[in-house]
Design a protein around this ligand. Structure first.
Ligand SMILES: Nc1ncnc2c1ncn2[C@@H]1O[C@H](COP(=O)(O)OP(=O)(O)O)[C@@H](O)[C@H]1O
Ligand SMILES: [Mg+2]
Length: 263
């Protein structure tokens, strides 16, 4: 994409976030600045507690920054919006709705009803390989299956911006690999803007065009690494010399921050 002029989709402008902790103020984020281009795929890594989820929730409009602002599509974020779809670490399904109804829910919210909503929902339920379970309730599914429903639900609403907080973290290796591949296909086909948090450096590298490395608390952007490995990427990419070189570098950076946290 070098040299290509790209529209800016998300602007994170000097964002600071403090929480009132039990023993006083916790500065979760300080001075975070980032621009994400339309159709860009950025992945975010950093030690636990460095503010990754906080940042994602601020972009989603679920949390307000203490100072600074986030602008999506040229409009300052003041709350949630249909332009942004979120997948959390922990599936957040409606227990009283079937798989299909869960996935249809955001479509109904967008005014898409009936057969059209059902067809759109089924397309993504098939993608996560849960067609046989479409009339089941969440309590009848394993944790991994529930997470796949949450992923289908986020994709089905076809948001322009996908915000994903360690969405594959709790899944087994095969499912994770399959969903990484599906996400890359979805991204390439539908040209979404993706902001994807992971604690897995391999995952950050296989997915992202840029990897954002965050520092220990208070969370700041420590480094941004361009991943100059062409798409389509697949499991073999993980064996390439360039991949291993970048992995070494990023791993070293993250490990330094992990040691900071332990001090
Ligand atoms: N609601 C809250 N109240 C107080 N402190 C919080 C709250 N949410 C998060 N924190 C603190 O803010 C920091 C960043 O948290 P978080 O964004 O969840 O980090 P990460 O996702 O990188 O693990 C942590 O130190 C965490 O303990
Ligand atoms: Mg988190």
């Amino acid at each position: 994409m070098a040299g290509e002029k790209r529209n800016i989709k998300v602007v994170i402008d000097d964002v600071k976030k403090t929480y009132q902790g039990r023993t006083g103020e916790v500065v979760a984020l300080n001075g975070v600045n980032l621009e994400i281009a339309e159709n860009e795929f950025v992945t975010v890594v950093g030690p636990s507690g460095c503010g990754k989820s906080t940042l994602l929730n601020i972009i989603a409009g679920l949390l307000e920054p203490t100072s600074g602002r986030v602008v999506c599509n040229g409009v300052e974020v003041k709350g949630t919006g249909m332009d942004r779809g979120v997948v959390f670490q922990q599936y957040a399904l409606f227990p009283w709705l079937t798989v299909k109804k869960n996935v249809m829910f955001p479509l109904n919210m967008k005014g898409i009803k009936g057969q059209e909503a059902e067809e759109m929902a089924m397309k993504y339920i098939r993608m996560v390989d849960l067609e046989k379970f479409c009339d089941h309730y969440p309590k009848e599914l394993s944790g991994g299956m529930k997470q796949r429903v949450a992923i289908a639900r986020a994709y089905a609403a076809e948001p322009e911006i996908l915000l994903m907080d360690e969405p594959f973290g709790a899944l087994d290796a095969q499912t994770r690999t399959q969903l990484q591949q599906d996400l890359l296909d979805t991204w390439e086909r539908e040209q979404k803007t993706c902001f994807f948090i992971t604690h897995d450096v391999d995952e950050a590298l296989i997915l992202g065009q840029r990897v954002i490395i965050m520092s220990a608390r208070p969370g700041r952007i420590k480094d941004i690494v361009d991943i100059d490995i062409p798409y389509p990427r697949n499991q073999e990419t993980k064996m390439s010399p360039r991949f291993l070189e970048l992995k070494n570098y990023i791993w070293g950076q993250v490990y330094q921050e992990y040691l900071e946290v332990r001090k």
